[in-house]
Design a binder for this molecule. Sequence first.
Ligand code: NAD
Length: 495
Amino acid sequence: MVNQADIDALREKPLEPRQLLIGGKFRGAEDGATMTVTSPIDGTDLTTIAKAGQRDVDAAVFAARRSFDVGAWSGAAPKERKKVLLRLADLIEKNALELAVLGVRDNGTEFKMAIRAEPGSAAATFRYYAEAIDKVYGEVAPTGAEHLGLMLREPVGVVGAIVPWNFPLMIGAWKLAPALAVGNSVILKPAESASLSLLRLGELALEAGLPEGVLNIVTGRGSETGEALSLHVDVDVLAFTGSGTVGRRLLEYSARSNLKRVFLELGGKSPNIVFADTSDIEAAVAGSINGMFRNSGQVCVAGSRLLVQKQIADEFTEKLIAAARALVVGDPLDLHSDVGAVSNAEQLATNLKYIDIARSEDATLATGGKRILEDSGGYYLEPTVFTGVQTDMRIAQEEIFGPVLCVMEFEDVEDAVQIANSTPYGLAAGVWTSNLGKAHQMVRAIKTGVVHVNCYGGADISLPLGGVKQSGNGHDRSLHAMDKFTDLKTAWFSI
Ligand code: NAD
């Protein structure tokens, strides 16, 4: 159990300037370029990170390729790779408090959530893939006696992993653990505003015994470092989590370079649907609040469109607004805070822009809508609820990625399905009903990668997370995530 004093002991710890991890060594960018890391908690400068340019990215890809070809990792027996990844999971757990506080200082997620979702989940993810790797078999084809047909799974080689700022360790581990477990070498590109905990993870990976060059970390701007990595002709696979805008660019980069495979985990505008027959309205209110406002709504699967059946809309909305107002927004390192800071100044500006758009579209601002705690220097926004939202409004169609909830009403199952499927996204959904048949019907009718029933959010590393439509094409988590990082090879023997 973490207490406030443990957190406070780490919150002011001075941070050294952070460098790139290339070929097993930390070093600055070749041209010495750095960028300042600003904390969303109070707007102060925490430290600097290196800004990797083309030559640094080239060096990282070269180190990854060389380590792959040398084979200390790619050619190691699965049980040897397993040992190292289990040690890494142990080290993440041992350093969980430090990792969580560091991450929160960098991206503003409330500590209560970060400690579970970041080091907690990253350790579980490394452990899961470490345990899986010596239990996944190839296949023998059903041939006649004159032949033997084998299907082998081989690592793809060099993987570029590009991740966002909302849950850097969790999402970073979703890419790194399966990619490394099957024997690849990786270049990781963290987001500009959430690099620190991933750089610390790089140190822990070396301590765990990962051979040099197997994990490289390049920090810097997406448009420079990320672009150089994505265009590189010696990267075999790109595994990306982030916005659709950047996802589209990666597909172009692939076409312009070496046709590398690109797996995209993108955004959402997820419907959370509450039927009048839900057995526990209080639970549905609490689940809807939790599924929307944790991490200031900066959650890809956030239930940002709340669809409530007409008969209970007034009662439900009243309780929802009261619950949104009761959330304590503030210093994310204070254990009393339910909601921390918006991760960066640009995202705060985006949220405020959408609040203005919603007003201009005649949605009703039921609560929130304002930046608060400005004196702290940090980026805080009230949990915001708009009612009377219509399907064709921009706030019902576009991902805001902030604490802004749209409440919409519906008549019946057909109406709910029509509204639910009315955006270009297809990441997640929620359904609250006491009717099992209706729940199954909705699970089949909603076009998303995930449907939560009588809950919102949460799942397990054993289940895939991925989108359909414009929410992407890959899957993180579960054994299926290893497919992205392996090639299927056929061997055909004449006997
Ligand atoms: P973003 O697309 O702006 O950035 C993501 C990463 O891409 C960052 O590391 C960034 O530096 C890099 N990048 C930016 N421009 C690039 C370029 N031209 N070439 C290569 N790399 C580039 O996304 P964000 O703002 O960091 O994250 C928020 C988005 O991520 C939201 O849309 C959210 O829904 C999505 N997300 C999806 C999932 C999922 O599992 N589907 C999970 C979390 C977040």
